[in-house]
Design a binder for this molecule. Structure first.
Ligand SMILES: [Zn+2]
Length: 288
């Protein structure tokens, strides 16, 4: 692993020194909030890179989202993920793999919905690190909020394609650099040093096409977006910006913060109608 001063994604890679958009962004995890990182946007493809290398095992040792539990918001978000798959022809009897499944919340949700062939893989979670899970191809492979954590997004995406059967689906959910601003203070999409590279839409589509994965559907909003009050990404992202800490996503809700923030009250009810486009879910179909 090395520091990133040249884009590792595009044909005409931009460099850190010629970048027009550069910012110093603090880590939004409580334990590391004094650590500040340099983010810069590639002039070639618009992707955002974290310049500094980091001792990532130390950062992940007590990662707040490991404490995420199944709540109302998760249930709504996971239902949206499943609906999106079914609209592309996925059937509940199909084999599906959640790659980078963390604690397995989505896998458990799918099993609870009667999907007997739902599996999870995560090299960093003991319960899901069995590599035999990767031996046979799947009808659908999904990977949410993972690719931006990788040092080599191209190699990561390419490593997923053999896991999809010909004609099967690959879904990648990730922040969309096209609608993320480096100077937007506290934006949870930036999340250095965990997010190594935030891809532009063009690059994400291109990485899939390089391995015969044709984009068949692009959903330019978060799976958390719903009409239920507070269950939408505009509200959640703004809440995390105001608190400044990702940790607050898994802590008891700070009603004091919401009560004194008219914008949060507004977004709690109407955020669904104002999607920011800063999250993208692309469904690829593998050529037969
Ligand atoms: Zn680039």
């Amino acid at each position: 692993m090395a520091s990133c001063t040249k884009c590792n994604l595009c044909e005409h890679p931009g460099t850190r020194t010629e970048a027009a958009e550069v910012g110093r962004v603090p880590c939004n995890v409580r334990r590391f909030q004094k650590d500040v990182f340099t983010l810069w946007r590639c002039t070639g493809c618009g992707s955002i890179h974290c310049e500094e290398d980091a001792d990532l095992p130390r950062y992940y040792a007590d990662y707040p989202l490991k404490k995420q539990q199944m709540g109302f918001g998760e249930r709504i978000g996971y239902r949206n993920r499943l609906q999106l798959l079914e609209r592309q022809g996925f059937r509940r009897s199909d084999r599906i793999l959640d790659y980078g499944c963390g604690a397995g919340l989505f896998v458990n949700f799918l099993r609870g919905r009667g999907l007997e062939h739902a599996f999870g893989y995560d090299p960093f979670v003991a319960a899901y690190d069995n590599r035999q899970t990767l031996d046979e191809p799947y009808d659908a492979v999904v990977s949410y909020d993972v690719i931006e954590h990788h040092d080599e997004p191209r190699a990561f995406l390419h490593s997923l394609t053999p896991l999809v059967r010909p004609g099967g689906l690959l879904v990648i959910g990730t922040p969309n650099a096209d609608h993320v601003a480096i100077d937007r203070k506290g934006d949870p999409s930036l999340h250095p040093p965990y997010h190594r590279h935030i891809l532009s839409e063009r690059i994400l589509l291109a990485l899939g096409r390089e391995r015969g994965m044709e984009p068949v559907h692009t959903y330019r909003r978060s799976f958390y977006d719903s009409l239920f009050p507070t269950v939408n990404s505009r509200f959640l992202w703004q809440y995390l910006r105001k608190s400044g800490l990702l940790d607050t996503a898994v802590e008891p809700p700070r009603t004091d913060l919401v009560a004194r923030s008219p914008d949060l009250v507004f977004l709690a009810f109407f955020g669904y109608f104002l999607p920011a486009g800063d999250y993208i879910m692309v469904t690829f179909r593998k050529s037969r």
